[in-house]
Design a protein around this ligand. Structure first.
Ligand code: KG4
Ligand code: ZN
Length: 349
């Protein structure tokens, strides 16, 4: 079973081909990505209309390149999976429209995929994939969630963010420190030169009941620290910026680690999957690996390239769900808002 996957929910155009081999293993045959980061950098964030137009320009050539790389003739594709949401409406429509058109032309099913399902299944592409059930910490530019995963399409959200997502907090703090967009990875790099103990930032929600997150208080604390640390001429000394970055990162990592450990304890689960762009953060990875191992559990990640948005995770989700898919007149589905808990298992699960 071979599935072409298409991701266009935000500012990355991602295309991949995955298959389920006769031995049941899922294999990635090809993947291609075009990142629009440079296009949006001048605006300090993603400009939705520019994103849609660039997906229009890039998507079809990228599909051609991916099919060439996979050596799969169009006739060898059994379904076309595409991100149907959540995401930017115009950007989603590009992927959905192209996917539906190809599926109709090839006489195969078009499969709408939930973007966050793609993220949380992404570690299944690795050599030592996690068995279900597991707990997933999904931390991206749009989400900070803890999800109990009992099977494909059997998801229970245990915690969500009350305000900013973890990646959003990274990006906003980076911008306060004068770092270019996208700030998350730049802030993480700056933090490596900083002293995390110089600024004692709050650990949001760490002692509160429940499993939700909130990062707006931390954001305010950083804003005040930046304001107070500026020289008379308004510049922020380089070492102070690094110390603030390190203090901020430590506060976010402490919060994410504490919430994840609490959720593992509460559910009795022993496997933790970390996915989404912030999952690429090295400090977070090191701390989680150490703390979860101490408690006899294990942490699973996608490879760094598949932590951020990509087509491989969408092709993979398509392979996992193909038993429930049928050909016919394909649906062009685009849902900017879409709750993960609304998903159901594919027909044969
Ligand atoms: O999953 P993703 O590619 O896109 C969304 O669906 O949002 O996540 C992007 C987010 C951005 O906020 C980016 O700054 C953050 O992930 N990010 C990081 C790192 N790499 C990416 N945040 C902290 N440390 C990193 N190393
Ligand atoms: Zn994402």
């Amino acid at each position: 079973m071979r599935v072409l996957g298409i991701e266009t929910s935000c500012d990355e155009t991602g295309v991949a081909v995955c298959e389920r081999a006769p031995d049941g293993r899922i294999r990635l045959l090809a993947h291609q990505l075009f990142s629009q980061v440079d296009l949006h950098a001048a605006y300090g964030g993603v400009v939705p209309e520019l994103a849609s137009r660039d997906h229009v320009r890039r998507l079809v050539p990228l599909i051609r390149a991916t099919l060439d790389e996979s050596d799969a003739a169009p006739g060898a594709i059994d379904a076309v999976a595409y991100t149907a949401g959540p995401g930017l409406m115009g950007a989603l429509m590009v992927g959905a429209g192209v996917a539906a058109g190809l599926a109709y032309a090839w006489g195969v099913p078009a499969m709408p995929v939930h973007h966050m399902e793609g993220h949380l299944l992404a570690p299944l592409l690795e050599d030592d994939p996690p068995q279900m059930p597991f707990l997933a910490l999904l931390v991206s530019g749009g989400h900070s969630m803890l999800v109990q995963v009992d099977g494909i399409g059997r998801y229970t959200t245990l915690g969500d963010t009350l305000d900013d997502a973890a990646g959003e907090a990274f990006d906003k703090t980076a911008s306060l420190l004068g770092l270019a967009y996208p700030g998350g990875p730049r802030l993480a790099a700056l933090a490596e030169q900083g002293d995390a103990t110089r600024f004692a930032f709050p650990r949001p929600m760490i002692d509160r009941p429940g499993l939700d997150f909130s990062f707006s208080g931390l954001k305010t604390a950083v804003m005040l620290a930046v304001r107070d640390a500026r020289d008379a001429d308004g510049t922020l000394p380089a070492q102070t910026a690094a110390d603030i970055a390190a203090g901020f990162q430590a506060a976010v990592v402490d919060t994410l680690v504490a919430r994840s450990l609490k959720a593992l304890k509460q559910t009795g689960l022993v496997r933790l999957v970390v996915a989404g762009g912030v999952g690429a953060n090295r400090e977070l990875r090191a701390r989680l690996a150490a703390e979860v191992a101490k408690r006899g559990g294990a942490v699973y990640y996608p490879r760094p390239a598949f932590c951020t948005d990509n087509g491989a995770m969408i092709a993979l989700a398509g392979v996992c769900r193909i038993s429930g898919a049928s050909a016919g007149l394909p649906q062009i589905l685009a849902r900017p808002r879409w709750k993960l808990d609304e998903l159901t298992p594919p027909a044969s699960h």
